[in-house]
Design a protein around this ligand. Structure first.
Ligand SMILES: [Mn+2]
Length: 359
């Protein structure tokens, strides 16, 4: 297991690499080139300078999150083949600089969705929440809502340029149901996984967040059976999962421990996001992102890490989101302090597991 921290790049961040390095036992950065639009090739020189910058600060760059998949690939338009070729070139370029894992997702139009980016907890901290009644029925309204609460940071998956064409995008997805989306996903994987095998990259799909359909758009990476489908459609160790405990558990009928156990055993989890969530309703559909420690949320973090440990997890891990605490302001979900606390807590559990096992 190697602990990592998501970092958006010097021009996109107020958190410095040096601050991240000072988090005890922090080893690596989960990096990105946020300004490169989906569909374009990531230039070698940009990857190199990111890697040099990260390494100059005593950290490693082995994981990228995300290389976004162009909508034409998800919709299945004839233009997809060029975008897939570009994606393959990006894979080759990243491998050349030692990248091992690429996190991505296959969600139509919207990446993650939350209703509240500044949800106040009793202790005065703020966090992200999903309260169904606060999700507008009009998708344009959720875009306005999110744009108004970003603290002027661009949020991953919420690229203003792309979402400014939301009407057209929704129109383009009109004929894409679950079956069609699955077909297009298989087409994409069959095209890129051989390249990944050739250069030693593992693709790691992030589960849908939330893991069910919203705004009438199909979602196909939402439960155990979907993950099983994914692993089988191209049966390769290069075709893996970013197991995000929070996203998977946003549907309480998903047994996050069982899913972790199965897909660790199948060696398909090269990267994990580990966070806790607190259910606010019996159906579990309303929740907020809780502090990492088990007692604050609805997930048992010890059981999560023990399941990973016992089933041979040897990939990269990061605390997923964090609250805003101690007066910090910044990109919602991605402050320094609470994510640092999360990383240290997860590392502590892992040390106990390792030492307990060697007794
Ligand atoms: Mn996640």
């Amino acid at each position: 297991m190697e602990m990592t921290f998501r970092w958006y790049g010097a021009n996109e961040e107020k958190i410095s690499l040096q601050e991240i390095r000072q988090i005890p036992a922090m080893k690596g950065i989960v990096g990105t080139l946020m300004d490169i639009p989906a569909g374009e090739v990531w230039p070698r020189e940009r990857i190199k300078s990111l890697k040099d910058e990260v390494e100059a600060n005593g950290l490693t760059l082995k994981v990228i999150e995300s290389v976004n998949v162009h909508d034409d690939i998800k919709i299945g338009l004839p233009t997809r083949d060029q975008y897939i070729e570009n994606y393959k070139q990006t894979i080759r370029n990243l491998a050349e600089f030692g990248i091992e894992v690429i996190c991505y997702n296959f969600m139509p139009v919207f990446d993650w969705v939350k209703s509240d980016l500044d949800y106040r907890l009793d202790d005065g901290s703020s966090t992200l929440a999903y309260i169904s009644k606060n999700i507008p029925t009009d998708p344009e309204e959720i875009i306005r809502k999110v744009e108004n609460s970003t603290n002027n940071f661009e949020l991953p998956g919420w690229e203003p340029h792309r979402l400014s064409q939301i009407k057209q995008l929704l129109e383009d997805y009109k004929e894409v149901d679950e079956e069609k989306l699955r077909e297009n996903f298989a087409y994409f994987l069959k095209a890129i996984i051989p390249t990944c095998e050739e250069v030693g990259i593992k693709m790691a799909v992030h589960p849908d967040d939330p893991p069910y359909s919203i705004f009438g758009l199909p979602r196909i990476v939402k439960n155990r059976d979907d993950l099983d489908w994914l692993c089988n459609v191209v049966d390769s160790p290069s075709n893996g999962i970013t197991l995000c405990t929070g996203s998977i558990a946003e549907r309480p009928d998903n047994d996050v421990y069982e899913i972790l156990s199965e897909f660790c055993q199948r060696d398909r989890i090269p990267f994990a996001h580990v966070r806790n969530i607190k259910y606010l309703s019996d159906n579990g559909l309303d929740f907020y992102e809780a502090p990492h420690k088990s007692e604050y949320g609805s997930l048992d973090m010890y059981k999560i890490l023990k399941t990973m440990y016992d089933n041979g997890f040897n990939g990269y891990i990061r605390p997923d989101h964090g609250r805003m605490i101690w007066g910090e302001t910044g990109r919602p979900g991605y402050g320094l302090y609470d994510r640092a606390l999360g990383a240290v807590y997860l590392n502590g559990i892992w040390e106990a597991l390792e030492k307990g096992a060697s007794k």
